[in-house]
Design a protein around this ligand. Structure first.
Ligand code: GDP
Length: 320
């Protein structure tokens, strides 16, 4: 095995010792789909599982990045170690996103207890379903108590983020027609905690009322979690203490009910599937570019073979 600064076991040890550069390098390896990822994940897995993964989602402009920034400030009061993963599903490049790290989270840029990373995921096989859980694992194993995943840009990613998090926070704000549109977008199904941000603006109270009645209408079995609605002004940090308390309360509920394990198992399943499908696709590309396919096609055209039998033969080759 290769030794030195790029040795995966060594990198993982340094990340766990709190070396920010090693953490950054590991996330880059995830982003680039490094051939060493297999070793990296094997070294990380025994150390993962401690962090509370919190997803922050909502329409563009609602205040996700401002809220993330303010939430980190709140979580740092009791000196919790925090990771922030800003996922940009609409951008194939991380260059711009990396610049974004510095601009967006200036308050925490020099705090050694905070890791901030942006990650582009378009253009990767498996997209969010693969790269994000792996990057989360890096931050988790590096000793973060909480990892906040935030989507940047516009995309179909709201629901995907919800699938990746232990706790999903849905942000709303007055003036965006959010209350009514939310029900249509299915966002009422994904929130564990709702925050009505921009509570300093007119109409916030109405958004809260609409949300509360929509939540009350939902069918919920006995003992199920009832999503709370918190009012926040992310710019000034107002209400962030309550948001942090609700996150802790939800985490405790997840543990007590076994839901945490269920969510994490579902997440691992999706990750395994994404890796397996990518492996099958690679194998498939080898097979479909093989001369064998031409020979089978000729046999079908000549009436010597039916297309199902030909496909069976091809699949058998791919499986071997
Ligand atoms: P994102 O697109 O969801 O990440 O939203 P941003 O965090 O970039 O915020 C969008 C705009 O809303 C920015 O101009 C923020 O300064 C502003 N903003 C964020 N939170 C608040 C708030 O609580 N009150 C008010 N009035 N403006 C806010």
């Amino acid at each position: 095995m290769k030794k030195g600064p790029e040795d995966p076991t060594d990198l993982v040890a340094r990340a766990r010792a709190g070396e920010a550069r090693a953490v950054a390098r590991l996330v880059s390896m995830v982003e680039d789909g490094s051939p060493q990822l297999r070793e990296v994940m094997a070294a990380l897995v025994p150390h993962a599982g401690h962090a509370h993964v919190v997803g922050i989602t909502g329409s563009p402009g609602v205040g996700k990045s401002t809220t993330t920034n303010a939430l980190v400030t709140e979580l740092r009061k009791p000196r919790r170690r925090v990771g922030v993963l800003a996922v940009d599903p609409s951008s194939p490049f991380s260059g711009g996103a990396l610049l974004g790290d510095r601009v967006r989270m200036q308050d925490h840029a020099t705090d050694p207890g905070v890791y901030i990373r942006s990650m582009a995921s378009r253009g990767h096989l498996g997209g969010l379903s693969w790269t994000t859980p792996q990057a989360l694992r890096v931050l988790d194993a590096a000793g973060c108590d909480v990892v906040v995943v935030e989507t940047v840009g516009v995309g179909q990613s709201e629901v995907e983020i919800a699938g990746l998090a232990d706790t999903t926070v849905v942000l709303m704000a007055p003036g965006a027609g959010d209350g009514i549109q939310a029900a249509k977008a299915g966002i009422l199904e994904i929130g564990d905690v709702y925050a009505v941000n921009k509570a300093d603006r007119d109409g916030a109270e109405q958004v809260r009322r609409e949300l509360r009645s929509a939540i009350a209408l939902g069918d919920r079995p006995e003992g199920a979690w009832k999503p709370p609605v918190v009012m926040t002004v992310a710019q000034s940090g107002r209400g962030l203490d309550e948001l942090a308390r609700e996150l802790d309360r939800h985490r405790a509920w997840l543990e007590e009910t076994g839901e945490l394990l269920r969510r994490r198992t579902r997440r691992a399943r999706e990750e395994i599937e994404a890796i397996a499908v990518a492996a099958l696709r690679t194998r498939w590309e080898d097979v479909s570019s093989h001369d064998g396919l031409d020979a089978l096609a000729e046999a079908v055209v000549a009436g010597a073979k039916d297309p199902y039998a030909a496909a069976d033969e091809l699949v058998a080759t791919a499986g071997s």
